[in-house]
Design a protein around this ligand. Structure first.
Ligand code: SIN
Length: 342
């Protein structure tokens, strides 16, 4: 009989953490996604201690630079997470991922993985800013930290670990292009920190997170996990930016593109989601023609708060997470809408 919670599963998807450079002194001129997850884990001296007697199962789900992440790969990763989380001999899943789009994948997983699975066991994403061949690689410590977080009693939901900080999928954002501590949770602060061999949770953040998790607040796509596997045509949602002299030209061009019709537009507005007159006009027009439109903020933190003058809805999510969520919502609505009668 399988022993309960005796294994940690590490799913590899590529990224700098699996990258190689020609020289160990080279921290930047490398190629991401070169080393398989099994080989990568076997080279981490501290991993057996971090596993605290648990067995290790590795699986290569993808091998990509995360700038090339797509919904099909995210969906495959989600189904592998769901598979392993539902097995009683598995206590947690860790995912190695590129830093560049880690927050989008984290949010996708948080949205589609069944709430009851995430309320029982965590999925912890981790990464590195330096390649595996670097003499000062940060990946090994991040993996060990992620495993310690995954095995800690309080860890639930989708979390991200980098440079000793633990972030919730909701808050995590990459905020630095080359610092080892490249991620932030903004005003909220990290949900926990890894201090030596211990994981210290921020009590307030943890309480809010668990309350939302228990309410299934982020399981927005409901039964999404069931149908994302078979999805071939993901709804097209494009991301726009407001800036000085922004016009509606990009919106018009997108709507005129009939190759794959645009179903949604997320715009990273200035400040509290404000838009130039011309861009707002084009977006209101798009909305009146059935395109879903959502305003995020191009500011790193704060999101958009509703005002009486709003002509378009706003969100507190970052623009890239709002896009992921809109794709899932459109997919969900399509799946639920009755088939047209003949
Ligand atoms: C990637 O995101 O796959 C490359 C960059 C990184 O992991 O830091």
């Amino acid at each position: 009989m399988a022993k309960i919670n005796q294994n940690v599963v590490i799913l590899g998807t590529g990224g700098t953490i699996a990258g190689t450079a020609a020289s160990s002194a080279d921290h930047t001129g490398y190629t991401a996604a070169q080393i398989g997850v099994e080989q990568l884990m076997s080279a981490i001296a501290g991993l057996p201690a971090a596993l605290q007697g648990r067995g290790l199962i590795t699986e290569q789900v993808a091998q990509i630079d995360s700038k090339d992440m797509d919904f099909a790969t995210m969906a495959r990763l989600a189904t592998r997470c769901a598979h392993w989380l539902s097995r009683e001999e598995v206590s947690a899943v860790v995912v190695t991922h590129g830093t560049d789009t880690l927050e989008e994948t984290a949010w996708f997983l948080q949205c589609v993985l069944p709430a009851q699975l995430l309320a029982a066991k965590p999925v912890v994403l981790t990464c590195a800013m330096r390649p595996a061949t670097s003499s000062e690689a940060d990946g090994p410590r991040n993996v060990c930290d992620a495993v310690r977080v995954a095995l800690s009693a309080q860890a639930r939901g989708v979390l991200a670990v980098c440079a000793g900080d633990v972030h919730s999928a909701l808050q995590v954002q990459k905020v630095h292009s080359h610092a080892l501590n490249a991620f932030s949770s903004g005003d909220a602060g990290p949900i926990a920190q890894v201090v030596g061999e211990s994981v210290v949770f921020n009590a307030l953040q943890e309480a809010i997170y668990k309350e939302n998790l228990a309410a299934g607040q982020w399981n927005i796509a409901g039964a999404a996990i069931k149908y994302i596997v078979s999805t071939v045509h993901w709804p097209r949602v494009e991301l726009l930016l407001n800036h000085s002299q922004a016009s509606g030209a990009v919106v018009h061009a997108l709507l005129a593109d009939s190759a794959q019709p645009v179903r949604g537009l997320v715009v990273a507005g200035t400040g509290n989601g404000s838009l130039s007159v011309d861009l707002e006009h084009a977006l209101v027009d798009a909305q009146s023609h059935g395109v879903r439109v959502l305003r995020a903020s191009r500011c790193a933190w704060g999101g958009v708060s509703a005002t009486v003058n709003d002509r378009l809805p706003g969100t507190t999510l970052s623009a890239v997470k709002a896009r992921v969520q809109m794709v899932l919502e459109l997919l969900h609505d399509t799946e639920l809408s009755p088939a047209p009668e003949n």
